[in-house]
Each structure stands twice: as C-alpha cells, then as structure tokens.
Design a protein. Structure first.
Length: 108
C-alpha cells in the first residue's frame, strides 16, 4: 500500500471519501438486486453489504453530513432486508429455543 492511499478488499483508494462512495454504491446496487429478486435475500448475500458498511463506519469521521445521511439510509435498507424474511440471528434463535424449552419444563 502506498503512503496516503487506502486499501480494502484488494482495491486501492486515493481517499476515505472515494472508498466510501465506491462501497456505498456497491452496497446499494446489491440491495437493489436483492429487492428485484436477482439475488436471494440470504445471510450470505447480505454479509458483503454488512462488511462494506462496517468499513465505511470506521472512516465516517471524514465524511460529510450528506454522506452520513446516505450511510444511515443504506444501513436502514440493510436492516429491512434482514427482517423481511424469516431470518433470525443464530444467537437469538438459540436463546428463543432455550426460553421455550424452559417454559415447557416449568409452565406457568
């Protein structure tokens, strides 16, 4: 990596702003493809979106208010996708199962 440049996923960016714009565009495009049914709304497909957004969050101090608003909007769309299907986070699923089993053993 050259001094003054950022590298993420094998790509080099001249600035945090450039990286943010590229990753936001990629995330938004993938969300649209999922919405259109061209990609499945699966945890595997959403993982790259989440990783891109987390990388952006690390650099958010250098972004403008407008960019921060866009980032928030893309996060909202990501969460919408997560909750649109019957997806339950594995930890929550296991916890729910434990609660249900405990209630069966000790009803009332």
């Amino acid at each position: 990596m050259m001094k003054g440049y950022l590298e993420f996923e094998g790509k080099t960016y001249a600035s945090t702003y450039e990286m943010t714009q590229v990753l936001l565009e990629q995330a938004n495009e993938k969300i649209i493809r999922i919405d259109l049914g061209k990609l499945p709304n699966s945890p595997e497909e959403r993982l790259s979106i989440k990783l891109w957004l987390l990388q952006i969050d690390r650099c958010v101090e250098e972004n403008t208010l407008e960019t921060k608003a866009i980032i928030g909007s893309v996060w909202s769309q990501f969460y919408r996708l997560e909750h649109q299907e019957d997806y339950i986070h594995p930890y929550l699923s296991k916890t729910l199962e434990q609660i249900q089993n405990a209630n069966k053993k000790n009803p009332g």
